[in-house]
Design a protein around this ligand. Structure first.
Ligand SMILES: O=P(O)(O)OC[C@H]1O[C@](O)(CO)[C@@H](O)[C@@H]1O
Length: 303
């Protein structure tokens, strides 16, 4: 089984403007859409599109939490959300003009009882299952919550961490199966520019040497760098196409990686599928369907 944990899921409100957003201005949307969001939720949706079942776990609250649960279940995903009493599931805003402006909300207040309910769900995850820990840790949660989750799983569970490097860095010693920073976050974290692929590979190897088994660095339109547990390093180009909506593209990469790895047990093949899946969502409105992912994967050729 595959489990995704999103400690702060969201509804994503995507609003398009015909003119450029200015602080203090008054604008009207020309298009708007409400989607279920949060990294683990997007991963579960992409997994479903690729034909893999998963269970989405996390904390939800208020009317926005009800709507998120409704939308997630309508996508055919198993859910095991913990309903918390105070506050509401955050509504993250994406404003699109010529660029994309993101405002991510705070999320509800989560108590230690709520956390224990989620830990109990995590405790039943079996050896050889996959657990994805994804997204920011909201201020209302203990900042080491992912460590607590990690420490409550059985040995042999494959843990994948899809968070910025400052969140996954303290967890590397617990030997996650895969971490996936994006290049911008990684540069910010290291406080240096990784100006060519060799430098990205070197940085990925340094993360692996600290404990991660495999490291996938997503690089937007430049594809990804993948360094595996046997020290193979690959630079994987995207199958092309102009990004129209990057929301969920990085999350889709994780789903692509998992779905391929479960079928092929081949890390390189999984990394190529990750890039195809991320590119599909980036060049599609919403989380891409399987046929489109397959088309892009075929464009990348045999590996
Ligand atoms: O958990 P974070 O880092 O705040 O990011 C959440 C946002 O990222 C996404 O999961 C896209 O990656 C959105 O669906 C969501 O609004």
């Amino acid at each position: 089984m595959i489990y995704t944990v999103t400690s702060s899921p969201s509804l994503d409100l995507i609003v398009s403007l015909s003119s450029t957003l200015e602080s203090g201005g008054n604008f009207r949307a020309i298009e708007e859409e409400l989607r279920p969001g949060g990294k683990g939720i997007n991963i579960s949706i992409m997994l479903k599109n690729l034909g893999c079942n998963s269970t989405a776990l996390g904390f939800v609250a208020g009317f926005s939490g009800d709507e998120l649960m409704r939308m997630t279940m309508a996508s055919g995903i198993n859910t095991g959300f913990i309903r918390v009493r105070r506050g509401r599931t955050r509504i993250n805003i994406r404003i699109k003009d010529t660029k994309e402006t993101k405002i991510n909300g705070l999320g509800p207040t989560v108590t230690s009882d709520d956390i224990n309910y989620l830990i109990n769900k995590i405790k039943i995850i079996k050896e050889n299952d996959i657990l994805v820990l994804a997204g920011m840790v909201p201020p209302s949660l203990p900042q080491d919550i992912y460590r607590t989750f990690f420490e409550n799983i059985k040995a042999g569970t494959k843990v994948i961490i899809d968070t910025p490097p400052d969140v996954f860095a303290p967890l590397l010693e617990l030997k996650p199966f895969l971490v996936k920073p994006n290049l911008y976050e990684l540069q910010d974290f290291l406080q240096k520019e990784l100006s060519d692929n060799d430098k990205v590979i070197e940085a990925a190897r340094a993360i692996r040497d600290k404990g991660a088994q495999n490291v996938l660095v997503s690089m937007g339109k430049n594809g990804a760098v993948f360094v595996d547990c046997e020290d193979n390093a690959y630079v994987i180009a995207t199958p092309g196409g102009d990004a129209i909506d990057r929301t969920g593209a990085g999350d889709s990469m994780i789903a692509g990686f998992i779905s391929d790895y479960l079928e092929s047990a081949d890390l390189k093949s999984a990394a190529y599928m990750a890039v195809a899946t991320g590119a599909a969502t980036a060049t599609y409105k919403g989380i891409a369907p399987k046929e489109y992912v397959r088309e892009l994967r075929e464009c990348m050729g045999e590996i």
